[in-house]
Design a protein around this ligand. Structure first.
Ligand SMILES: Nc1ncnc2c1ncn2[C@@H]1O[C@H](COP(=O)(O)OP(=O)(O)OP(=O)(O)O)[C@@H](O)[C@H]1O
Length: 840
């Protein structure tokens, strides 16, 4: 599947605009001629409005925050990994109780966690249409809040970075091949994860400890409660918050963040929660803006305009120029922003995930809020109203914060697609830099000497720079696969998660007095429009004016309504109605009741009226909730069930076809590649075998030849040895005494009288290979020898030849001839040297 990249003109998503140049913050003119803030903004570093920068997108720097983090000391490394960090702001009086999410209806059915079946295809990367068009009562649930009270309590003392690990349930293929999950998570301790005993490749029996382990059966509602809710609510209170998912491809990041219509993920749940918070906070008013960007192959693409954006660095941190921000008033509008971005997002099939996120995506909501007691000083125009000058009463500060939810592309191995590999290289590179940055930050937190944190090595780390350097509360959900096949990647994910645990943050509440805050500008403009309209009414203009004047008045009214609808309060924020596609928010019940508001009414009167409306509204909401619950529990008509089943079947067929196509294609390619590689290898090996065989034959021949020669030499040796024995016999005979000495007595042994032998020795006897002309023969006469020896002084002979005794066989005597020659240097030729017998 090719990445989907559709370029469309920026969608306004139904957000009212006043100008054809909506991207300039102060360019749109109101009918009054005053500069008016647009409802869709696009920021750059030059605009005065702080959250325009990416720096502010992930962690705006504005304002001197008053709230710091308190860090409890930890001594052991394990304890350090669980350092608890608590915003001091948490000490302030508790906010009013937050009502449950919109589905909090008595008796409403909790959406069952979806069984993991990839084939159902409900969970796709990016926001599916299903989620975007899902009725709101599937997006939250009653039990979600109550089920996680415990966590809320714990999260009051939160960690520096909240790190959770989620184990994906095994998919159909994994169930078929290696059914067992390699991870174990003790039920009694939801902070520990370890490898199951006997897992191949297990090096150590290590307990990994994190803030929360989310086992395969956990559902997105639970994950939201443990790992996101606190951050979303902190963002509503003025802290920058970042939530991101990290993990290998197909480990469940998108499922966790986006989810499906059956099991909405963190993004939809947090949107619902944001609006629920507004409804639950009557004393504040809010302005929300949404933006959506992706980082694809190191390029930053604004998903709402399709334009590539550049980063720049300012004193306030890293900023992104020209990012589109859409003002949003309802959950439906946020969904539309997301859907519009999703259409441009790069998604492709990999060998492991048929819809893999090929880019890092950042969805951000900028939240501005002010106390509702703040009344804007109307300036020169307001001064002319009958009500006189309105004084600012109470808190004038604006809280500006961002909630960023980031779906990182998954790290992955080499795939069978070239394009996927090119993307994978960028993805892996940026994730590697992220790991390095985290490890440096962890070292910094441990007071190790760190000279440089390589934020600049990838755009991802530059995007995250402001947040990672401590200006945001961060929650990371690390997702791992249950399969043994992904063991190495999962261990690497856990190691990354451990590094995160050591990073220390210094998030501060962003509370500033900022005349450029958009909410402030809107309020100023609202006050001006109201004053102008009132002035006209009082002057009787409405009755007498010309057609042109009336049109001008209508335009002013329209603009006033638009602006007022942008300022969200507990009263005008409604639960989204899927049937209502109208872009214009209908007039509030208060407006219907008081078509012409009397601005001179006291604040107390207004408050009273407001509370009456709120009561009425609460009753109506209860009624709506009751009806919704009734609808949810009403059984489906059989026909409707049939149609639903048929739809599911055809959906499954499509998905199965898609899977088959994607599974078959890579495996065929892989087989061809392997075959090609192995045919070459086999050919080389066969050639090598042939030459080895030739060489072995030659060797055999040589061995035969050498064996024959060896035999012949042995024969020769035997013959030579026989000859040597003869020589020694001859020598013995020559040297044995024969004649009686004159002093011999009768008792002495009689002397032998034997004829002395003559021996013919040829050098051919010892060297058969001699040529004819080098052959010689020596005739040795024993009698001559004896004569020679008899003339010798035997004593001298003995001293010369050591212990040699003539005719003796003792030590130093001849020993088989060989010894005699080697040890004594006795030389046959020397013995025969004086022999003047015949030499031939
Ligand atoms: N907790 C879960 N429960 C049920 N299904 C899940 C769960 N986690 C993941 N899945 C399924 O696994 C498949 C892959 O998940 P997902 O697309 O979320 O992975 P990913 O990490 O975002 O992958 P990539 O990085 O390639 O985008 C999807 O079909 C998804 O529905």
């Amino acid at each position: 599947m090719e990445p989907q990249s559709r370029s469309r003109p920026p969608s306004t998503l139904g957000t009212p605009k006043m100008s054809s140049r909506p991207r300039t913050l102060l360019s749109a003119k109101t009918p009054t001629g005053l500069k008016s803030p647009p409802l869709t903004t696009s920021h750059n570093s030059n605009t005065p409005h702080e959250p325009s920068s990416l720096g502010s997108m992930l962690a705006p720097k504005e304002g001197g925050g008053s709230v710091k983090l308190k860090i409890k000391s930890a001594t052991t490394p394990e304890a350090k990994s669980r350092v608890l960090v608590k915003p001091l702001g948490a000490r302030s009086p508790a906010p009013p109780p937050v009502p449950p999410l919109p589905t909090s209806t008595p008796g409403s059915k909790r959406v069952a966690p979806s069984p993991f079946t990839a084939a159902r295809g409900l969970n796709i990367n990016g926001l599916s249409d299903e989620w975007m068009s899902a009725p709101i009562d599937t997006v939250g649930n009653n039990e979600l809040d109550s089920a996680f009270e415990e966590y809320d309590h714990e999260l009051g003392q939160t960690e520096a970075v909240l790190v959770s690990v989620r184990v994906r349930p095994p998919n159909a293929t994994e169930l078929r091949t290696d059914s067992a999950c390699i991870w174990t998570m003790p039920e009694h301790d939801q902070h520990i994860i370890k490898l199951a005993k006997g897992t191949e490749g297990t090096r150590e029996d290590k307990d990994w400890i994190f803030d929360r382990i989310l086992p395969p059966h956990s559902d997105n509602g639970g994950v939201y409660g443990t790992s996101a809710r606190r951050h979303v609510r902190s963002a509503m209170e003025g802290y920058n918050a970042v939530i991101f998912a990290y993990g290998q491809t197909a480990s469940g990041k998108t499922h966790t963040l986006t989810g499906s219509s059956a099991e909405p993920g963190i993004i939809p749940l947090s949107i619902t929660d944001v609006f629920a918070q507004i409804r639950a906070t009557p004393d504040r008013e809010y302005l929300l803006r949404a933006s959506y960007l992706e980082l694809y192959n190191e390029a930053i693409i604004d998903l709402l305009s399709g334009v590539e954006l550049q980063l720049s660095e300012t004193k306030k941190g890293v900023v992104i120029n020209g990012l589109t921000e859409m003002a949003v008033r309802t959950e439906d509008e946020v969904r539309r922003v997301l859907r519009s971005g999703e259409e441009r997002r790069k998604v492709g099939a990999t060998d492991w995930n048929s819809r893999s996120s090929r880019s890092h995506c950042v969805f951000r909501v900028t939240i501005e809020s002010r106390s509702r007691n703040t009344i804007v000083d109307e300036g020169p125009v307001g001064a002319r109203t009958p009500g006189g000058r309105l004084k600012a009463a109470g808190d004038k500060t604006t809280r500006i914060s961002t909630l960023s939810i980031i779906d990182l592309a998954g790290s992955e191995k080499h795939t069978s697609s070239k394009e996927r590999n090119a993307e994978g290289k960028h993805i892996n590179q940026s994730l590697l830099t992220l790991k390095l940055v985290i490890s440096k930050l962890a070292d910094l937190a441990s007071k190790r000497n760190v000279t440089h944190v390589p934020y600049r090595d990838s755009k991802l780390t530059r995007l995250l720079q402001n947040s990672l350097s401590g200006d945001a509360l961060i929650s990371v959900i690390c997702t791992v696969s249950p399969s043994a096949l992904n063991l190495a990647e999962s261990i690497s994910t856990l190691a990354f998660a451990q590094g995160l645990k050591r990073v220390v943050l210094k998030a501060q509440k962003k509370e500033v007095v900022d005349p450029h805050a958009l909410i402030q500008q809107y309020q100023t403009e609202i006050a001006e429009l109201r004053a102008q309209l009132r002035e006209k009414e009082n002057g009787g203009d409405a009755v007498t004016s010309s057609k042109g004047e009336r049109e001008k008045n209508d335009a002013m009214e329209k603009r006033l309504n638009e602006l007022r609808s942008m300022i969200l309060t507990s009263v005008n924020v409604t639960s989204p109605d899927p049937n209502n596609q109208s872009m214009v928010v209908p007039p509030s019940p208060a407006k219907m009741k008081y078509p012409k508001l009397d601005f001179d009414r006291s604040a107390a009167e207004l408050q009273e009226a407001l509370h009456a409306e709120q009561l009425e509204r609460a009753e109506l909401e209860d009624e709506v909730a009751r009806l919704r619950a009734e609808l949810a529990t009403r059984p489906l008509e059989p026909d409707a069930q049939l149609v639903q089943l048929q739809n599911e079947v055809s959906e499954l067929r499509l998905i199965a076809d898609d899977y088959e196509r994607h599974l078959r294609e890579p495996s065929r390619k892989v087989r061809e590649d392997v075959e090609k590689e192995f045919v070459g290898k086999i050919r080389t090996l066969e050639n090598q075998l042939d030459s080895k065989k030739i060489w072995a034959n030659r060797l055999d021949e040589n061995i035969r030849h050498v064996t024959a020669e060896n035999k012949m030499l042995q024969m020769r040796c035997t013959e030579a040895e026989a000859k040597v024995s003869q020589i020694f016999e001859w020598i013995n005979a020559a040297l044995s005494p024969m004649d009686p000495t004159p002093e011999t007595t009768e008792t002495e042994t009689p002397i032998r009288h034997q004829p002395l032998p003559t021996l013919v020795v040829s050098n051919d006897d010892f060297s058969p290979s001699m040529t004819a002309n080098t052959k010689s023969t020596l005739t040795l006469s024993a009698s001559k020898m004896r004569a020679t020896f008899s003339q010798m002084d035997l004593a001298n002979f003995n001293s010369k030849f050591g212990t040699l005794t003539v005719g003796g066989r003792g030590k130093g005597g001849y020993m088989g001839g060989k010894m005699l020659r080697e040890e004594s240097g006795f030389d046959l030729a020397e013995v025969a040297g004086d022999d003047d017998d015949e030499m031939f």
